[in-house]
Structure formats: structure tokens, C-alpha cells
Design a protein around this ligand. Structure first.
Ligand code: BGC
Length: 756
């Protein structure tokens, strides 16, 4: 037994059932602005809730807290817990460190659009450093849920539709958060979530059930989780919804058979907020005691609760035999082990002065700016309108409320930001142009409010507002006149940040409010227009995609977003991001993915609807650049291999433009025939490269058994078929340059399968 294990056993042996239950219970601890009525959203009195938590801490009744980010508060609460606990066991502090703590990085879907694991890893290492400095030990991130329905607001928190890209992004994030592993200095535990299938919510309605076939689960939804576990993630979070009729949080198959037995996960599992209690809501558990027993028996180690924790009833459940004593002990072991690894017994408190220094580190802001530059996607650039020439432009009209909206520039799922240092698009352009030209802003139209308010609006400043006394008719006219008189108009349009994220599903993908009307009026002036899209989901851009010469997707770019946008607009850097999802024309097409299978009348694939093309507006992997890339000489080193063989594809990429730029070289694979139909093409390799003007580079991709294997529904196992394989390499999922190779013999399944 190693020292960690013996320390765990020593503690466990002394613990009462109530103390064990306490270690397995995590509470929110809220500090909401005065006067906020959180009762409707949270079901608790926010003045009473913290008092309840403090009294529980003094009795050793909680093992972890979430939602505290102030180091002084963390120290105070930690002291209550350590003093209140007979065995002196400290608390683990968790938080939604999704895309930064104080330094806000671009939103996760944007980071994924960088197709750059290094940028993603660096970003999350900055987030981890800030979080650890204030006393947070654990991030409820990365969200690795595949999202194929953009009506679902949480598409913004993940890496989009593709399991291969999703797995690579998941690994980069786990490395960024954890470094060498739980306990590494300046790092925190990563908690991939929400296991599993949350992105499959029917109708894109957040929290609604997901019904996913085993084909979809194994081939699409589970691979990013598997990759995150293989990368060493220390925690996993459950999901809210029913998966194929069983609430995910009570699903023993998911947490015990797949996660632990098939994948060898040895960290701890936490429920999503109130999700153990919710086993009652689902009509699954009979009462709170039953809910707690069934969740812990299923393999859910810790319950995240606001109040009335089901795990507080574990002593009764143990007494009656409903909860399995070995399951409870195993959960306590895992939680104690995480605390020991994080060094909590030796150093439970944080240095508040150091926290202030780390949060202010200017190097973190540079990381955020570079990430924003690398995540922007140039969707269209007719006539090379971009980059703009700062030297020759006398006047720039910046139009739209989002151009100057600090809170929206940061995106959702952040709470600890500093608005004073947030650089909006308008700020960024002004700073870049300086004295060389005029930069004027017009608000133009009223901000659009949600029909049903967001639960996040209770955290003050979340709801967008118009300037005092704003008159929309006059504002609209003024914006159009400003555009008419300018050399170029930069229109910022999209969704306000509270329209996307958790509990922010939408029945439409249109630009909210009068934004399209304003854009059309601005385009009608004849002034060249650049559209900057601020979004976390694809929006209906059918009109702009035909009439606006330049469209740059800037997502919600974070603390230094405006500086990044200005660098992109004026060409200090070239856009190099690519879409991590298929961009539909209209909401009626969703879900729409590039990796569909071929079926009857494939020649009519683009005409499946009679009223609208059934092709995307922009394909998966799309993104333009100020460079020009040519692909040539695609070859494979072997034209036939055995089932366990690896083929290496090589391609030569040349930047024929007169400036340096980045390209994301993408490899797609298709199996022509076999024991299952296979998607028309699937991403199986990518690399982001920087090429100087005129530079050529050979890029190589191994295509081995892992790239060819898939879960086969007929045999209910992983298979690798002998077949002919098509390979395409290019700058998006419609790449035309292709070659083929053969796989000549079968071989037994390479990984033990787990029956779904
Ligand atoms: C979300 C989780 C999040 C948790 C804690 C839940 O509502 O689904 O993703 O980590 O709240 O804030």
C-alpha cells in the first residue's frame, strides 16, 4: 500500500456513517447581489442557504463547496470545515472554471475553432493558475458533450459536432487544467462533463431527455470522454437528463460498467447540481433516501446540492441495506485520495496576497488575446475587403449594441471578470486606429431581451441594457447615416450572451431583434461592410452570406477580445480558425452534420427539402485566411496494408500569398464497404500550421487501426473492416484532393467492448 492509500485507510477506519456521508456531499455557497430573489430559480432563500451551509460545515457534514471564488472567503470557510471536523478533513473547492477565472478566454466553442491544442492547453493552464491561486482545486470543465443541434444553448461550452476534434480538444483542456496530474502546482483537477449524452437533448431543449443509439453513443458521444479519461482527468460529472429512459445520474451502466470497468477511470464522480435529488423528479427514485442509495450504488461518488442533500440520508440507507457499504467506502476513498493528492491536508489555506498578484498577471491577458486571434473564423471575404488598411481609412463606422457591450464581449459562464479591463470591439478598433482616423459608434437598435429571463441574470449585470433615453427610430437612422458617411462600416451582430449557454435553448437561429434589418440598411448605403458575428451557435446568415462582403466570426472573444479583433481586421494577424460545426442555412435543417451516411438517391443529397437546399451555409472545417493555400501531391506510403497496419498520407501545402498565414490542414476518411455503412467522410487528422509567404510544407498523417475502427451495431463490438478507404486532405470537409488505400484482412477486436 502506498502512503496515500494508507492515509486514506487510516481516516476511513475512523469515520462514522454520517462523516462518510458528509465527505460525499458538496454544497453551493452563494454570494448574490443584495435584493436578488433567487428563490424561483434555485428553490432556496439565498440569505438562509449560506447559514445552513456554515452550520453543516461546523458538524463535518460537507466534503466540498462550490461557487466561492474569493480567497479570503475560501480561507474562512475552510477554517470552519477543518475546525468543525473531528478528523480535520479539509474541503475541496470546486468551481465552473469554464473559460477563465479573472482573465476571460474566448468561449469554449471558440477555443475549439482554433483547432490548436497548444492554444487550448495554454489557455486552460492560465485559468488553472488563477483558480488555484484563489483556493479553487477543481474545475467543472471541460464540457466534452458533442452538440449537433444548435438550438441547444450549451453548444457554446463544447467543441462542436465532431468526436475526433472533440477528443483532441478534451485532451488539450485536461492537460491545461491538470498539468502532470492532480496535485501539480498551479493546476487543478479537471472534470469532464456531462456523462453522457447531454448534447442529444430532444429538440435541443436543455435538460430534456436524450435517446441515443449505441451506434451514436460509442462512435460519437463517448469518444471525447474516453480521451479525457485516458489523458488522466481526475473527475467526471454526471448529466441531468434521462439517457435512453434511465436518468444519467442513476445509471450504473455509465458510471460503473463503462467508466470504471471498461475504461479504468480511477478518479471521483460528482453529480450535476441537484441531479441526485432529481432522481425523484424523473420518477425514478421513491424518496431522497432511495435517490442517494441508487446514485451511490451506481457509482456517483459525490452529490452536488443546493440544500436538502440526498446523501445526507446515506446513513439511513446504509442502515437499511439500500446503500451498499463497499460502494460508499469506495466513494469516500476516492474523495479522500483527491484531497490528499491536492495537498490539502498539508496546506489547506491560500495566500491572499499571492492570489491578487496571480490574478493581475499581464502574461495571462496576452494568452487570452492570442487565443481570441487564433479562434476567429473568416467566413467570407469577397474582393479581399479584409484586411482593412488603417493608413488609408479616414473614417470607420462601428455599428450595433454588441460592439460596445463589455459584458457580452466576455460570453456566458463567467462570474469573476473585471469589466473595467474588458476590451470591446469598439475599444480595440479605437486603440488600433489611434489618431490616424475617426472611429464613431452607433448603438443603432434596442437590445433584445429574452422572452423568458435567464437564471444567470440574478448575478447582476448579466442582462443587456440600452443607454439611458435611447430612441430606437432616431438611433436606427443615425447608424445608417454614420455608415453612409464612413469609408467602411463594421457591424457587430449576434446574440447577447445571456441568450446562449445553460438554459438558453432557442427555437430559431435568426439574428435577434432588428439586427438584420439594420445590417440591410447599412449595406444599402453602398459603404463596404464588415460583419463581425458574436455568437456561440451558428445563426441564420443566409442574407449576409450573399450580400455582406466580409464576415468574421469572433465568437465571444474574452477580456482582450477587442484587441484581437482589431489585429485581425487590420491584418496584424491573419484569421486561421475553422468551424467546429456544420453551419446550417436555417433552423429547419437541424440537426445537420457532415459525417452522415449515404443513402437512397445520394445525387439528391442537396435537395432533400423541396423549399431550401439541404446543404450547409458553411461546411464543417470551413474558414478563410489572408493567405492562399494550395494543396498538391497527396500520396499514401502504402496502397495496401493488413488490418493492424498504418498508412501514412502526405500532402504538400503551399501559401501562395505574399504574407504569412495559418492553415488547418484536415484529413478525412471514408470506408467504401464493410460490415456496416460508414459516414461519407470523417475527420481523422488535422494540423494547424503557419506558412510564410510562398512557403511550402509537407504534412503527414498516420492512418492506423484506431482511425479506422468503429463500433458496429450488428456485432455489438469494435470492428475494423477490410475495405477500400478514400482519403481527402484539404482546408475543410469538402476537400477534393483524394487518394485511396486498401485494408486487406480482418483482425480480432482490439479493445474489450462493453455492451451498451
Ligand atoms: C451545470 C453544470 C455546472 C453546475 C455547477 C449545472 O447547472 O449543468 O455544468 O457545472 O451547474 O454550476
Amino acid at each position: 500500500m502506498d502512503t496515500i492509500q494508507s492515509r486514506v485507510e487510516e481516516l476511513l477506519a475512523q469515520m462514522t456513517p454520517a462523516e462518510k456521508a458528509g465527505q460525499l456531499t458538496q454544497y453551493f455557497y452563494f454570494r448574490l447581489p443584495a435584493g436578488v430573489d433567487a428563490e424561483p430559480a434555485l428553490g432556496v432563500d439565498v440569505d438562509e442557504q449560506p447559514r445552513m451551509v456554515e452550520s453543516v460545515l461546523q458538524q463535518g457534514g460537507a466534503g466540498s463547496l462550490l461557487f466561492v471564488t474569493d480567497p479570503a472567503e475560501i480561507n474562512r470557510l475552510q477554517r470552519l470545515a477543518v475546525d468543525g471536523n473531528r478528523l480535520g478533513i479539509p474541503l475541496l473547492f470546486g468551481f465552473d472554471v469554464i473559460h477563465g477565472l479573472r482573465t476571460i478566454l474566448p468561449v469554449p466553442i471558440a477555443m475549439a475553432a482554433s483547432w490548436d491544442p497548444e492554444t487550448i492547453e495554454r489557455g486552460q493552464s492560465v485559468a488553472a493558475r488563477e483558480a488555484r491561486a484563489v483556493g479553487i482545486h477543481w474545475a467543472f470543465a471541460p464540457m466534452v458533450d458533442i452538440a449537433r443541434d444548435p438550438r441547444w444553448g450549451r453548444i457554446i461550452e463544447g467543441a462542436g459536432e465532431d468526436p475526433y476534434l472533440g477528443a483532441a480538444v478534451a485532451v488539450a483542456q485536461v492537460r491545461g487544467f491538470q498539468g502532470a496530474g492532480p496535485g501539480a502546482p498551479d493546476r487543478i483537477i479537471a472534470g469532464p462533463k456531462h456523462f453522457a449524452g447531454y448534447g442529444g437533448a430532444v429538440g435541443g431543449r436543455d435538460y430534456d431527455e436524450a435517446n441515443l443509439s449505441d451506434f451514436e453513443l460509442w462512435n460519437t458521444y463517448l469518444p471525447p470522454f474516453k480521451a479525457a479519461i485516458d489523458a488522466g482527468a481526475g473527475n467526471v460529472m454526471t448529466a441531468y437528463m434521462d439517457l435512453n429512459g434511465i436518468p444519467a445520474t442513476g445509471n450504473r451502466w455509465l458510471f460503473t460498467e463503462v467508466l470504471r470497468e471498461a475504461w479504468g477511470f480511477d478518479g471521483f464522480v460528482v453529480s450535476d447540481a441537484n441531479a441526485v435529488r432529481n432522481l425523484l423528479t424523473h420518477g425514478f427514485a421513491a424518496d431522497l433516501t432511495d435517490a442517494g442509495a441508487r446514485a451511490v450504488n451506481a457509482g456517483v461518488d459525490m452529490e452536488m446540492a443546493i440544500s436538502d442533500a440526498a446523501y445526507a440520508h446515506l446513513p439511513e440507507a446504509l442502515e437499511s441495506g439500500a446503500a451498499s457499504p463497499p460502494a460508499v467506502d469506495a466513494s469516500v476513498r476516492r474523495v479522500l485520495e483527491a484531497k490528499i493528492r491536492m495537498g490539502l491536508f498539508d496546506a489547506p489555506y491560500v495566500d491572499e496576497d499571492r492570489a491578487r498578484e496571480v490574478l493581475a498577471d499581464p502574461a495571462h491577458r496576452d494568452v487570452a488575446r492570442i487565443a481570441a486571434e487564433r479562434s476567429a473564423v473568416l467566413l467570407r471575404n469577397e474582393g479581399d475587403l479584409l484586411p482593412l488598411d488603417a493608413g488609408s481609412l479616414r473614417s470607420i463606422a462601428v455599428i450595433g449594441p454588441l460592439a460596445a457591450a463589455k459584458r457580452d464581449t466576455l460570453g456566458p459562464w463567467v462570474f469573476d471578470f473585471d469589466l473595467d479591463e474588458t476590451v470591446t470591439v469598439l475599444d480595440g478598433i479605437r486603440a488600433k486606429v489611434g489618431e490616424r482616423g475617426r472611429v464613431d459608434h452607433a448603438h443603432g437598435i434596442r437590445v433584445t431581451q429574452r422572452v423568458y429571463p435567464s437564471m444567470f441574470d440574478m448575478f447582476g449585470g448579466n442582462r443587456p441594457e440600452d443607454p439611458d433615453g435611447f430612441d430606437e427610430e432616431a438611433g436606427f437612422r443615425q447608424a445608417v447615416e454614420l455608415a453612409r458617411g464612413a469609408d467602411v462600416a463594421v457591424v457587430v451582430a449576434g446574440e447577447w450572451q445571456n441568450m446562449i449557454g445553460e438554459a438558453a435553448s432557442r427555437s430559431s437561429l435568426e439574428l435577434p431583434g432588428r439586427q438584420l434589418e439594420l445590417l440591410r440598411a447599412v449595406v444599402a448605403t453602398g459603404t463596404p461592410v464588415v460583419l463581425l458575428v458574436m455568437n456561440g451557435r451558428p445563426l441564420d446568415l443566409r442574407w449576409p452570406a450573399e450580400h455582406v462582403p466580409a464576415i468574421l466570426d469572433i465568437w465571444y472573444p474574452g477580456t482582450r477580445g477587442g484587441d484581437a479583433v482589431a489585429n485581425l481586421l487590420f491584418g496584424a494577424v491573419s484569421p486561421g480558425g475553422k468551424l467546429p460545426f456544420t453551419w446550417p442555412r436555417t433552423v429547419g435543417q437541424v440537426p445537420m452534420v457532415y459525417a452522415h451516411t449515404r443513402s437512397h438517391e445520394p445525387e439528391n443529397q442537396g435537395r432533400r427539402y423541396w423549399d431550401e437546399a439541404s446543404t450547409p451555409l458553411f461546411p464543417f472545417g470551413h474558414g478563410l485566411s489572408y493567405g492562399r493555400f494550395e494543396y498538391a501531391g497527396l500520396t499514401v506510403d502504402q496502397t495496401a496494408v493488413a488490418a493492424d497496419g498504418t498508412v501514412t498520407a502526405s500532402v504538400e501545402v503551399t501559401n501562395t500569398a505574399d504574407r504569412e498565414a495559418d492553415e488547418v490542414v484536415q484529413l478525412y476518411l471514408h470506408q467504401r464497404y464493410g460490415s456496416s455503412s460508414r459516414p461519407v467522410r470523417e475527420l481523422k487528422g488535422f494540423r494547424r500550421i503557419t506558412l510564410a509567404a510562398g512557403e511550402s510544407r509537407t504534412v503527414r498523417f498516420p492512418i492506423g487501426p484506431d482511425e479506422r475502427r468503429y463500433w458496429n451495431t450488428a456485432v455489438r463490438d469494435w470492428v475494423a473492416d477490410p475495405s477500400t478507404f478514400d482519403v481527402w486532405v484539404g482546408g475543410d470537409s469538402t476537400a477534393q484532393l483524394s487518394t485511396t488505400f486498401e485494408v486487406t484482412e480482418t483482425r480480432p477486436s482490439s479493445r474489450p467492448g462493453t455492451e451498451p
